[in-house]
Design a protein around this ligand. Structure first.
Ligand SMILES: Nc1ncnc2c1ncn2[C@@H]1O[C@H](COP(=O)(O)OP(=O)(O)OP(=O)(O)O)[C@@H](O)[C@H]1O
Length: 260
């Protein structure tokens, strides 16, 4: 690949007591791509994503964003650096409105004395921005921006989480099993959203067990096995059963995929 990767990891190690969740794992994400990360249960996918998104600190290894070494001590650090993660459990607050959820933890304050001194929220600015972000992503089937998130369907909730990540993730968006809890129609909408986000130029890391979804949207597939990257494959050159065979160790991936 001619371009430089935007996000890389080399030799990540993470141990939990006697369990080695990451055993010298490498990772590369290139600008503008959808990179799927697949692997068997317990292969270390979540641990790797957590290291990259600041949720855990690796014991060893190096992470670079745009070529510069980064040391995230919390997800806030990673967010501040432009890496947004949509977790499986979403981390939305059900009782709060769509607009409030979009700005959770980074509310816009009123300009001037009120904002500074009394930390008064600039509701109209937040609503305006939430509305524009949601419509940019074609999510304006949501009628009312002040609607509580608990009244939305699963797909709409996922949409709000994706919109939030796309709105604030200035460099990278990571999605952990975004379609796992969704029905067929809602999954479709979320897959379209992922493609929309890529169209807007943001690279996406998609962790998923759903092979048809992975093969439908991914540009490249990172296969994780036994705590490290086993290989990277092009979904146009391999079948789903190849991918599963590599993932489980039933088949050895070709040399060029290992070198990728
Ligand atoms: N907080 C933790 N404490 C102890 N062990 C952990 C912890 N987190 C992960 N592990 C262990 O590390 C290994 C890798 O787990 P990880 O969740 O990264 O895998 P995964 O590929 O995401 O799995 P899955 O697809 O099942 O979610 C597993 O053996 C797991 O039990």
């Amino acid at each position: 690949m001619a371009q430089e990767p935007i996000l890389t990891a080399r030799g990540l190690v993470k141990r939990y007591g006697r369990v080695t969740a990451l055993d010298h794992a490498d990772f590369d994400l290139y600008p503008g791509e959808i990179l799927a990360v697949i692997g068997d249960n317990g292969a270390g996918k979540s641990s790797m994503i957590k290291a990259i998104s600041g949720a855990v600190t690796p014991d060893e290894g190096e992470i670079r964003l745009e070529g510069q070494p980064v040391h995230f001590r919390s997800p806030m650090d990673a967010r501040a650096a432009g890496i947004e993660t949509v977790y499986q459990n979403l981390a939305l607050s059900p009782a709060l409105s769509i607009a409030d959820n979009m700005f959770l933890g980074r509310e816009i304050r009123k300009p001037g004395l009120f904002g500074k001194l009394f930390r008064t929220l600039d509701r109209s600015a937040m609503e305006k921005m939430a509305r524009s972000k949601l419509s940019e992503l074609g999510l304006m089937t949501i009628q009312n921006i002040n609607q509580a998130v608990e009244t939305l369907s699963g797909g709409q909730r996922q949409g709000v989480a994706v919109a939030r990540a796309a709105a604030f993730g200035s460099k990278v968006v990571i999605m952990d099993e975004p379609t796992a809890a969704l029905g067929v129609k809602e999954s479709r909408r979320v897959l379209e959203l992922i493609l929309d986000v890529r169209r807007r130029g943001l690279p996406i890391v998609l962790i998923s067990h759903n092979m048809p979804h992975v093969f439908e949207v991914a540009d490249r597939i990172h296969i994780h096995r036994l705590g490290r990257r086993l290989c990277v494959i092009n979904p146009k050159e391999h079948t789903m059963s190849d991918a599963v065979a590599f993932m489980t160790g039933a088949k050895t991936p070709p040399g060029e995929a290992i070198a990728a």
